[in-house]
Design a protein around this ligand. Structure first.
Ligand code: ADP
Ligand code: ADP
Ligand code: ZN
Length: 212
């Protein structure tokens, strides 16, 4: 099963992707995590992406399509994958379609802009594996340490209120049209994002017909 998780910054895509990996046994592909790793490793892609990310702008489509095409071709994606945070523009969605990447369900996590700021100011992410936490809603078991891998959790550089506002604007201007794009193809499933984390996972599994 090939899934896309769509939603505003802070909607809970990364959080749900981690839970769906466990529930469905397929890998999650987070372009945000891949780009942050590239920056940390000082690679060419990291150098190209950094300025855009720090400023809350989208990284150019060619860069994104290159890393996604390479990743979905790997053997662990043969039984399915979860795309977290990609596609984010009409051009990315069209390019995936043109490359023959089959998509079964596009899950849009619906959330009001007014909820986002509280999510972002409390967000902490693992510096190593990218796992997402929240100081109130989803804290790590040991303060400052990732439950999954034991590395340090940090505040993302782009989670400042100003950059968050810019990313929200970009979401509404460039990404939200993808709902219409996938609705036309009969693939769009909407879930309410302003509820408990586990309830959202359960709603997603039900909407994609995977609930046992
Ligand atoms: P969030 O989940 O908070 O929206 P992400 O980790 O998905 O953040 O993305 C962080 C940043 O990485 C984005 O603001 C953007 O600069 C870049 N990025 C990630 N995925 C994409 C993509 N598919 N297209 C363009 N830029 C991307
Ligand atoms: P995205 O990948 O869409 O940017 P995240 O999954 O990183 O979003 O979630 C953003 C922040 O909100 C994180 O701090 C996360 O722990 C928290 N969060 C995620 N889902 C919920 C929820 N249902 N209720 C409250 N907080 C949540
Ligand atoms: Zn970790």
């Amino acid at each position: 099963m090939n899934l896309i998780l769509l939603g505003a910054p802070g909607a809970g895509k990364g959080t749900q992707a981690e839970l769906l990996v466990e529930a469905l046994g397929i890998p999650s592909i987070s372009t945000g995590n891949m780009l942050r790793e590239a920056i940390a490793n000082g690679t060419e892609i990291g150098k190209q992406a950094k300025h855009y990310m720090d400023n809350g702008l989208l990284v150019p489509d060619e860069v994104i399509l290159g890393i996604v095409a390479e990743r979905v071709a790997q053997p662990d994606c043969a039984n399915g994958f979860i795309l977290d945070g990609v596609p984010r523009t009409l051009a990315q969605a069209e390019a995936l379609e043109a490359k023959g990447v089959r998509i079964d369900h596009v899950v849009s996590i619906e959330i009001d802009d007014s909820v986002i700021e509280g999510r972002m100011t409390g967000r902490r992410v693992c510096s190593k594996c990218g796992a997402s936490y929240h100081i109130v809603a989803n804290p790590t078991k040991v303060e400052g340490i990732c439950d999954a891998c034991g590395a340090e959790v940090v505040i993302r550089k782009d989670d400042t209120p100003e950059t968050v506002q810019k990313r929200l604007k970009v979401y509404h201007e460039e990404t939200e049209v993808l709902k219409e794009f996938y609705a036309k193809r009969g693939n769009l499933r909407m879930v309410e994002g302003n509820q408990a984390i586990k309830q959202i996972t359960s709603d997603i599994l039900e909407k994609i017909g995977a609930k046992v």
